[in-house]
Ligand binder design. Structure first.
Ligand code: ADP
Length: 541
């Protein structure tokens, strides 16, 4: 008979994270730029008390365990209180991306069946438009004080600070089953309707532990951490949990995410570590370079959500900032891999180590991955063979919320990404399966083409998409936004590719545009671009 261990069985609960932060890092600060315009400061001790009051307020509103509570909010202390108050009491914190279309937001609120929705002042007009389409929402809570409540509104509003003030904080976090649902995020649904990933307390706490490890995000109590990635984008990649878990100072940038505002906050609050999608760092880098600035304390950043152009890694390294390339997805809580060098890479030249850092990296403990061919046969880890990437682990979804179809293949989750894995276990995404360019039966990686283009000094942003070709079926078209006041011709750009990629990978044409459409999470929206250029006639056609 099996011999059981004799250790306490303490459930892994989200409330234990904030309780730990309040008890052991009670005076550590949380600084937030508010929608009201000013900077707000308080401590983990204050945050936990107000989260308890929030849990009491929710109970007073009739919210029960398992009920969904929505948020439409920036990164700020009140949003953090909701994260802990809602999940801590056993309800489900459902963060909604306010950059989605109003119809999508209404669809998501109704699909999740949110009983209450909390929102920042910025989103009042959005809420007034969406509310009539969400009949099951019992109340819309404006995350501010009485002074900022509108004199009149088409929607019946509750006031956040009044809800908190009505409570005494005399509340014990309940003992929950660690497998209870804690939070809910919907994929952005670039194709079809958005789908919900329902996380548990257990999956969240395990993900927080693993993501804080030195070869992952490497968070410590000595850090000052500013997540630029929004709390509505896969829970800001778990930072609202992993930062209190290690007791680091947390800086929340609110609605101001332009380069100048983020830089100012970095310097003022002595930020050491940050996280965001590549488009955010484009803005920050442009501001820093144009004004000849330096970072006094900022030393590390994780960048992910889409492939980080090598030119961006170089530019940040030149400013003494280490770039940790990260890969993951909503369905993975989100972290799957992070890219850090191994001891054996110490001796490498700058250029050779850069090559390693361009990859999406190695898995965190907890995640297992494999690449397979079209028949589902596992491919070798030689850094060359590429195929469909599948993953499994305790913080990867088993199924979507309120959806009967089984997304798994033999117990593995298919990511929709195409990748290689090298003998050291470094994974590199070559493309999203729907973005690869299939030229005459061979595949061209749109990411590789974009990476070359992004290194050209006149290029601000570049997307490579497939366009119909009568002979080759598909050929690459490069769509480019130039840097302000920079000049470059189609011919110069195409020449720039020579010697950098196989000849037949060089795009057939370049289209200059004033902007590239971005998704609600700041990624280049290739579906829309392909649609925009669907009747484009290549000069080679
Ligand atoms: P959505 O893009 O639909 O909002 P996610 O944020 O979950 O949803 O995106 C997950 C996808 O983003 C991954 O499957 C992958 O295609 C892409 N992605 C994430 N990180 C990276 C990265 N570092 N390099 C390349 N692609 C990435």
């Amino acid at each position: 008979m099996a011999l059981m261990g004799q250790m306490m069985s303490a459930p892994l609960l989200i409330s234990s994270i904030i309780r730990h932060a309040a008890r052991y890092y009670g005076s550590t600060e949380i600084v937030s730029r508010r929608t009201e315009g000013d900077l707000h400061r308080y401590t983990y001790r204050d945050c936990e008390l107000r989260a308890r009051k929030m849990a009491q307020a929710l109970a007073a509103l009739g919210v029960q365990q398992g009920d969904r509570v929505g948020t439409l909010a920036w990164n700020g202390y009140r949003h953090l209180e909701i994260y802990y108050g809602v999940s801590g009491m056993g309800a489900v914190c459902h963060t909604i991306n306010p950059r989605l279309f109003p119809e999508q937001i209404a669809y998501i609120v109704n699909h999740a069946d949110d009983g209450y929705v909390f929102f920042d002042l910025t989103f009042l007009p959005l809420v007034e438009g969406v509310a009539p389409h969400c009949p099951n929402v019992k109340g819309w809570v404006l995350m501010s004080d009485r002074a900022h409540m509108p004199a009149e509104s088409k929607v019946k509003l509750l006031c956040y600070e009044e809800l908190i003030d009505a409570q005494d904080g005399n509340y014990d976090w309940p003992d929950l089953d660690e497998n209870q649902a804690s939070s809910l995020c919907y994929t952005s649904g670039t194709t079809g309707n958005p789908k919900g990933a329902l996380y548990s307390h257990r999956s969240t706490v395990l993900h927080s532990y693993a993501s804080a490890l030195p070869d992952a995000l490497g968070c410590s109590a000595r850090d000052v951490i500013l997540p630029v990635v929004p709390m509505f984008h896969v829970n800001a990649w778990g930072l609202p949990y992993s930062v209190p878990l290690v007791g680091a100072k947390l800086v929340l940038p609110g609605p101001k995410l332009d380069g100048a505002s983020v830089y100012e906050l970095f310097e003022q609050e002595k930020v050491t570590f940050s996280a965001g999608v590549p488009t955010v760092w484009l803005g920050l880098l442009q501001h820093v370079q144009a004004n000849n600035l330096k970072f006094s304390t900022f030393r590390r950043t994780v960048i992910g959500g889409s492939a980080v152009p090598p030119a961006m890694i170089r530019a940040l390294r030149a400013l003494d900032v280490e770039v940790i390339h990260g890969w993951g997805m909503t369905e993975m809580s989100p972290l799957g891999t992070t890219c850090k060098l191994l001891a054996k890479h110490e001796e490498l030249s700058e250029e050779a180590s850069q090559k390693v850092l361009e990859k999406q990296g190695r898995v965190l403990f907890g995640v297992d991955m494999k690449i397979v061919d079209g028949d589902g046969k596992e491919l070798p880890w030689d850094g060359k063979a590429f195929g469909d990437l599948l993953v499994r682990g305790p913080w990867i979804i088993e199924r979507y919320f309120r959806n009967d179809t089984n997304p798994l293949v033999d117990g593995w989750f298919p990511t929709g990404d195409v990748a290689t894995i090298d003998p050291d276990g470094y994974m590199q995404i070559t493309d999203r399966s729907k973005d690869v360019i299939k030229s005459g039966g061979e595949w061209i990686s749109s990411i590789d083409i974009e990476n070359v283009a992004a290194a050209h000094p006149a290029v601000h942003m570049a997307a490579c998409i497939s366009v119909h070709h009568p002979k080759w079926d598909e050929r690459p078209l490069l769509v480019v936004v130039k840097k302000p006041s920079a000049e470059v011709t189609r011919e110069e750009l195409l020449k720039f590719f020579e010697g950098k990629v196989a000849k037949w990978w060089i795009p057939d044409d370049v289209a200059f545009v004033s902007e590239i459409p971005l998704t609600a999470t700041g990624k280049m929206q290739k579906l829309k671009l392909r649609d925009q250029f669907k009747d484009y006639r290549l000069p080679t056609a």
